[in-house]
Design a protein around this ligand. Structure first.
Ligand SMILES: O=C(O)C(=O)C[C@H](O)[C@H](O)COP(=O)(O)O
Length: 217
C-alpha cells in the first residue's frame, strides 16, 4: 500500500495541533496563529458542533494548513468530514466500519491503537500510520518500542497523542517509529476563549524550534 501524500506532509510537519473548538468563528484566527508560529497541521476533534463549520472555514481561508478531523467514531461522520474538505481522519480507537468507510472514500485515516491486536487489525485493514493513544499513560516510547518490533518491517509509523507536550516532544520526535506527534497543549482552551492568538503563536513557535533542533542533531 502506498503512503498517502498527506502522511508524508504530516511527517515533515512533525506536530499536529489537536483542537477542541466551541465557536467556529475562532477557527480561522487560530489556524493562522498556529501557522504563523510554524505549525502547519491540525486535527479538529468532532467533539463539538462547531467542528464541521470550523473545518470548512479553515480549508477555505487558510489553504496552507493541513487540517484533518479527529474523534471520528461513526461511519457516517466520514462523509461529513470528507465533504468539508478534511485532508485526513483519525480516531481514538479502531472501529473497523469507520476505517473501511474512510479508506473506501479515499480519506487517509490513522486509527487509534493501544495493543498488538489493535496494530494487527489496522494492518489488516490497510493502514500504515497509526495513532498511539493515550501514549503517555500506556507507557510512552518504552511501551511502543517493546510492542512495535514485529511490525517494523511493514513500515508502520505511529502518531502518539495523549500526554505529549513541550516537555517530552523532543524525545518522541527523533524516534524512527514516530511519524509526528499530536496534542492539545498548543491550543489551551483558556487562550482560545480569550482569543489570545499571540500566546498560541508563541506555543507553536516553541514547538517548531524544539522539533527543528531535535531533528538537526
Ligand atoms: O478525541 C480524539 O480523537 C483525540 O484525538 C484525543 C486527543 O488526541 C487527546 O485528547 C489529546 O490528548 P492531550 O494532548 O493529552 O490532551
Amino acid at each position: 500500500m502506498n503512503v498517502p501524500p498527506i502522511f508524508e506532509k504530516l511527517e515533515s510537519a512533525g506536530v499536529l495541533a489537536v483542537v477542541i473548538l466551541d465557536d467556529a468563528a475562532t477557527a480561522v484566527p487560530l489556524a493562522k496563529a498556529l501557522l504563523a508560529g510554524g505549525v502547519n497541521a491540525m486535527e479538529l476533534t468532532l467533539r463539538t458542533d462547531a467542528a464541521l463549520d470550523a473545518l470548512s472555514a479553515i480549508r477555505r481561508e487558510v489553504p496552507d494548513m493541513l487540517v484533518g478531523a479527529g474523534t471520528i467514531l461513526k461511519p457516517e461522520q466520514v462523509s461529513q468530514v470528507f465533504d468539508r474538505g478534511a485532508l485526513f481522519g483519525v480516531s481514538p480507537g479502531l472501529n473497523v466500519r469507520v476505517v473501511e468507510t474512510a479508506l473506501e472514500s479515499g480519506l487517509p485515516f490513522a486509527p487509534g491503537i493501544a495493543t498488538p491486536s489493535d496494530i494487527e487489525a489496522a494492518i489488516e485493514l490497510g493502514c500504515r500510520h497509526l495513532k498511539f493513544f493515550p501514549a503517555e499513560t500506556l507507557g510512552g516510547l518504552s511501551y511502543l518500542r517493546a510492542m512495535s518490533p514485529p511490525y517494523n518491517h511493514l513500515g508502520i509509523k505511529y502518531i502518539p497523542l495523549g500526554g505529549v507536550g513541550a516537555g517530552n516532544l523532543a524525545q518522541y520526535i527523533v524516534d524512527p517509529l514516530i511519524a509526528c506527534v499530536g496534542g492539545s497543549w498548543l491550543t489551551p482552551a483558556d487562550k482560545i476563549a480569550a482569543k489570545d492568538w499571540k500566546a498560541i503563536e508563541e506555543l507553536a513557535s516553541q514547538a517548531r524550534t524544539t522539533i527543528d533542533t531535535a531533528r538537526s542533531k
